[in-house]
Each structure stands twice: as structure tokens, then as C-alpha cells.
Design a binder for this molecule. Structure first.
Ligand SMILES: Cc1ncc(COP(=O)(O)O)c(C=O)c1O
Length: 384
């Protein structure tokens, strides 16, 4: 089915993706036909329960997990919060993370730090990579209680992909739990968690063409995370609250379609990325951030650039928006605030020669075409 058309050039797929039309239909159909509460014991409830559990099985199979390891949440933020706070309730006394994680991690870690939990941040190199030697040296330091390491799979502003297998193996060698935020990775990469050193994984449906406000958390079999939400004990006591049957089914369908179309979409999006990079290189003095130009070490969808002009980032975004070009200055999850990106300042620190210059995150999707990139590059050039 073809996507609905909009009179804009949408290049902000790291913020959110257009839902598949099939997903929209499925969500609507379930809202009409299967509105029972999945916890009710009558037939309407049982029908809804069947959809919830079929969706769980489908998602589990697609990520190489067991259905009992998949818990439905309201999205990436809740999954991230649940892991960090739940792990502390389960006895974790040290959290190791990085300063360029999503705020759902860094803000939760800093809140936990104010309650006495030891929070350490691993160093980040100028290309956005994690300093694994530093991670190793922190893990080797003695700590009271269990340690949780939380490091994302793909960075949401610069697109770097991290080797979660190597990181998880290192964590397990030091008897630490490993959580990865796969919110940005799920749309573009395959996961097989069965034999992986990943203990917890967060995902969010609206980043892979599913509905907003729904996601899941993978918790490896054998680990019990105490619940943060108390009430009806849904999700086997891990997350109280009536399951959102339509959104859960929509998420399962979106992941299935995403997986089936992955190869074709990957080739297309990578072609777009190569083209975009070649066009942006026409701008003298432009800086490509992180590893976004290393095609095999970054998300195929994302290019982060800093423009060689002094300009308020919100004005730059507004000018592009007025030309119908939707991009972002960094993470969109700051409730509309456009500030200098903390990721860029972490990467370049004091040596940032482009302080005050706007950074643009351009993130492409399966329905973009080269002609849209030409219009976007022309609009970006007109800022200079
Ligand atoms: C890496 C990462 N983690 C977590 C989130 C939050 O996910 P959600 O919007 O589903 O709460 C985002 C959203 O941009 C993200 O990019």
C-alpha cells in the first residue's frame, strides 16, 4: 500500500516515522471490533487477550526472544526508566552509562544518583565512539552490589552504531547486567537476543512505522525487575495498566512489515544517504558529525552536519520549515526546545571550532526520494 502524501519534505525519521497505512487500518479495526479488556474473562476480553498474546509471540519471534521475555510499555522512555529504576529496586548499586545517551537514560540516572546510586559515565571519543578501555577500567573498579551498564545500540543524533555484542560480553565478564536502548536501531537492524549478552532492550513502535505511545521491553529470562507501576498486575505483574490492544497489534504488524521490507528499504535508504552526503559536500566548511559518513558504522538513515555559519539553530530550522523541509537540530524529544546539542558539545568539547553554528540532523525514511533531497540541500544552501 502506498503511503499517504503530505505537502512537506519529511526528513526527521529519527524523531518519528510515518505509520504504515496497513497499521493505521489494523489499529482502527481492532478499536472497532475488539474493544474488550484483555483481562476480562468473557469472550470480548478473551478475543482481546488473543490479539495481545499473538502480538507478543510475533514480536518475540522477530527479535529471537521468548514471549515471556517481552513486556509491553508506553514506549522508549518508559522502557528505559523501567530498566534503570527497576534494576536499582532489584539491588543494583552502580550504573555505568554514557553522556550521549537519550535523556530517558541520563535524566533517570541523574535522579538515581541523587538518591545515592553510584553513576559513572564512560568517555566518548571525538568521532562519537565509546571508549571501551575506559568502560573496562570502570568495570574493574570494585563496587558494592550489582552493576548495570546502559549503552544504546544506535545514537539518535549522530547515528553511530555500537558493538553491543562486544560491550555485553565485557559486562558479563565483570558480572554486570547490560541494557541497550535499541529505539533507533530497531527500524534498521536485525536482533537475535537468544544467545546475546543483552539482558534488557528497549524499543518504541513509532520509530519503525508503528503507532505512538507503545513500545516494549525485553528482559532476559531469569531476571526479575520489580514493578514501577502498581495496580492490576498486568504484564505478569511487571507493568500494571490495561494493555493497549490496538497499539500492541499495530506495533507487531509494523515490526513484521519492517522486517519483511528491511533489505529493500536498506538498499534504498543507503543510496539516499550516499547521495545526500555527496550533495552536502558541495558546501565548503561543512562538518559531518560522528561517524555518519562511515556507511557501515552508522545508521543508513541519518546524516548530522554542522553548517559553517553563525546562526541561531531555531532560526535555521524555522527557515527550512517555511520551505517545507522538516529536519531537526538534534534530538526531538526535548519537548520542542531547540538548544545547542549536548551530544555535539560532548563530542567536540572545548575544541569545538564551530560553536554557535547550527547542527542539523537529517534522517531519511523508506518513502523519501532523491528529488526531495535536492530541494532540502538547496534550502540548506540558502541559509548560508
Ligand atoms: C534513543 C532513544 N531512546 C528513547 C527515546 C524515547 O522514546 P519514546 O518517544 O518512545 O518515549 C528516543 C526518542 O527519540 C530515542 O531516540
Amino acid at each position: 500500500m502506498k503511503k499517504h502524501t503530505a505537502p512537506i519534505i519529511y526528513l526527521d525519521h529519527s524523531a518519528t516515522t510515518e505509520p504504515y497505512p496497513e497499521v493505521i487500518l489494523r489499529v482502527g479495526q481492532i478499536m472497532c471490533d475488539t474493544y474488550g479488556n484483555p483481562s476480562s474473562t468473557h469472550s470480548a476480553g478473551r478475543d482481546a487477550r488473543i490479539i495481545v498474546e499473538e502480538s507478543r509471540r510475533g514480536i518475540a519471534q522477530m527479535i529471537g526472544a521468548m514471549p515471556s521475555e517481552v513486556f509491553f510499555t508506553s514506549g522508549g522512555t518508559e522502557s528505559d526508566n523501567t530498566v534503570l529504576m527497576g534494576a536499582v529496586l532489584a539491588g543494583v548499586r552502580r550504573i555505568i552509562s554514557s553522556p550521549i545517551e537519550h535523556h530517558a537514560i541520563t535524566a533517570t540516572a541523574s535522579q538515581l544518583s541523587s538518591t545515592g546510586i553510584n553513576v559513572e559515565y564512560v568517555h566518548i571519543k571525538e568521532n562519537g565512539d565509546i571508549d571501551l578501555e575506559h568502560l573496562c577500567s570502570i568495570l574493574e573498579m570494585p563496587s558494592e552490589g550489582k552493576t548495570l551498564v546502559s549503552l544504546m545500540h544506535a545514537q539518535n543524533e549522530i547515528g553511530n552504531i555500537y558493538d553491543i555484542h562486544a560491550i555485553g560480553t565485557l559486562c558479563h565478564a565483570h558480572n554486570a547486567w547490560f541494557h541497550t536502548d535499541a529505539v533507533q536501531g530497531m527500524c534498521h537492524m536485525d536482533y537475535d537476543l537468544k544467545n546475546s549478552p543483552v539482558d534488557f532492550l528497549s524499543a518504541s513502535a513509532h520509530k519503525f512505522h508503528g503507532p505512538k505511545g507503545i513500545g516494549f521491553l525485553y528482559v532476559k529470562s531469569g531476571i526479575v525487575l520489580p514493578s514501577l507501576l502498581h495496580g492490576g498486575e498486568q504484564e505478569r505483574g511487571m507493568r500494571s495498566g490495561t494493555e493497549n490492544t490496538p497499539a500492541i497489534a499495530g506495533m507487531a504488524l509494523a515490526l513484521k512489515m519492517n522486517k519483511e521490507e528491511r533489505e529493500k528499504d536498506h538498499t534504498h535508504i543507503l543510496e539516499l544517504k550516499k547521495y545526500l552526503i555527496s550533495r552536502l559536500k558541495e558546501i565548503p566548511g561543512i562538518r559531518f558529525n560522528g561517524r555518519c559518513k562511515d556507511l557501515d558504522k552508522s545508521l543508513p538513515s541519518l546524516v548530522s552536519v554542522t553548517l559553517p555559519i553563525k546562526k541561531d539553530p531555531s532560526m535555521a530550522l524555522l527557515s527550512l520549515d517555511m520551505k517545507g523541509v522538516c529536519v531537526s537540530a538534534g534530538s526531538a524529544c526535548m519537548a520542542g526546545a531547540v538548544r545547542e546539542s549536548f551530544v555535539i558539545s560532548t563530542l567536540y568539547g572545548e575544541s569545538n571550532t564551530m560553536t554557535g553554528c547550527p547542527t542539523l540532523r537529517i534522517s531519511m525514511g523508506k518513502w523519501n526520494v532523491k528529488e526531495e533531497l535536492d530541494i532540502a540541500v538547496d534550502a540548506i544552501k540558502s541559509l548560508l
